[in-house]
Design a protein around this ligand. Structure first.
Ligand SMILES: NC(=O)c1ccc[n+]([C@@H]2O[C@H](COP(=O)([O-])OP(=O)(O)OC[C@H]3O[C@@H](n4cnc5c(N)ncnc54)[C@H](OP(=O)(O)O)[C@@H]3O)[C@@H](O)[C@H]2O)c1
Length: 339
């Protein structure tokens, strides 16, 4: 098997490809021949050494999601058989061409979705699901503002907003991302590279937003909070702009400077508005909860209620290129590594 290993945090050259014998399928476990593994922004943060849940786990193989074919089944497993096409989650480790996992980490792929499209599904959809339905608990009709809407989590949020009956206003950082957001049902798309983000956001929702999803951090949290309608929730689920755009290994000075600029909210400011945060990695250990969400969303995919988004494929040998591409901030949809 081939596997990416990060021996110690670093830039792109920290992603080392190693080859080793396939692991056997242990009793109660399933071995998957992985065709593709999703690339998430969090993987780059793991590589840099700043991902809290990965601390102390180096050398580490990154990766939260994968899709492939079952090629061996341990004794006692009845849920899957050799040859089944499966999509799965893993708390790290998915950048590997063979994985041995608990069958509760796997689900059958929807028909009509290829393995790359399936590998691109779990992490961003679980994040969007957890954010919309378990954190913000949106109600039909509530208007939602989605930052970085053409990216992995952003496109999943737009689609789940549609399913939830919530009009979504999409914000993107470049003109080439506008059409994708429109095609996914955004009510309005704001290209902040060519227009005044907050003037446009006010125009799109004069009465404010029921929920705002923000993984930028420093740049937009304070102004976003002001745009919440009474009862509105600002959901903070990432801090991309604490890491300088396109820098493979930010220095401590960069981090310290951006950290100092993180907005602080006073309890006196709230007035029926909330600031909330979550990390979906928590779900990767609560397999019952993750399973409930995956089964529901894969059904929506089967019914055609979730559209496929563009997936850029990189052979695993080009993992560094995939990370560089994601960190550039110019990608749309999802990226996967293929084996
Ligand atoms: N809390 C959780 O459980 C959880 C789970 C998954 C992901 N996340 C977070 O959600 C965010 C999106 O993740 P993703 O994997 O779906 O990535 P992505 O959205 O496909 O790509 C990142 C996007 O963020 C925007 N961005 C803002 N500041 C940036 C910077 N300094 N460098 C690069 N890009 C920047 C860019 O879009 P625009 O220029 O169009 O804004 C870029 O395309 C990340 O911050 C990630 O850490 C959190």
């Amino acid at each position: 098997m081939k596997r990416i290993v990060i021996r110690r945090p670093g830039g792109h050259d920290a992603l080392e490809l190693v080859e080793e014998p396939d692991p056997p399928a242990a009793p109660g476990r399933v071995r998957v021949k992985v065709a593709a593994a999703g690339v998430n922004y969090a993987d780059a943060v793991v590589r840099m050494g700043y991902y809290e849940a990965a601390k102390g786990l180096y050398p580490i193989t990154p990766g939260f999601e994968f899709a492939g074919t079952v090629d061996a089944v341990g004794s006692g497993v009845t849920a899957f058989k050799t040859g089944d096409r499966v999509v799965g989650i893993s708390r790290f480790g998915a950048y590997a061409s063979a994985l041995v996992v608990d069958p509760r980490q796997l689900w059958p792929c929807p028909e009509g979705w290829d393995l790359s499209e399936c590998a691109a599904f779990p992490a961003v959809y679980l994040t969007a699901y957890y954010g919309l339905f378990k954190t913000a608990k949106v109600e039909p009709g509530e208007r939602v503002l989605v930052h970085s809407a053409a990216g992995g989590v952003g496109t999943a949020l737009l689609q789940l907003c549609r399913v939830a009956g919530c009009p979504a206003v999409a914000v993107v950082g470049a003109a080439h991302k506008v059409d994708l957001c429109r095609s996914l049902g955004a009510e309005a798309v704001i290209d902040r590279s060519s227009s005044d983000l907050w003037a446009e956001a006010d125009r799109a929702a004069p009465d404010g937003y029921g929920a705002i999803f923000d993984a930028n951090g420093v740049a937009t949290l304070r102004e976003g909070f002001k745009r919440l309608a009474p009862g509105g929730r600002l959901v903070v689920y990432g801090f991309a702009d604490i890491l300088p755009r396109g820098k493979a290994m930010p220095g401590l000075l960069d981090l310290a400077w951006n950290y100092l600029r993180v907005p602080r909210f006073s309890a006196l400011e709230f007035k029926n508005r909330a600031v909330m945060g979550f990390n979906v990695v928590y779900l990767f250990e609560k397999l019952e909860l993750a399973g409930e969400a995956m089964i529901r969303m894969l059904d929506w995919a089967r019914q055609g209620r979730l559209k496929k988004v563009p997936v850029a494929c990189f052979p695993v040998e080009k993992a560094a290129q995939a990370h560089a591409s994601l960190e550039s901030g110019t990608t749309q949809g999802k990226l996967v590594l293929t084996f």
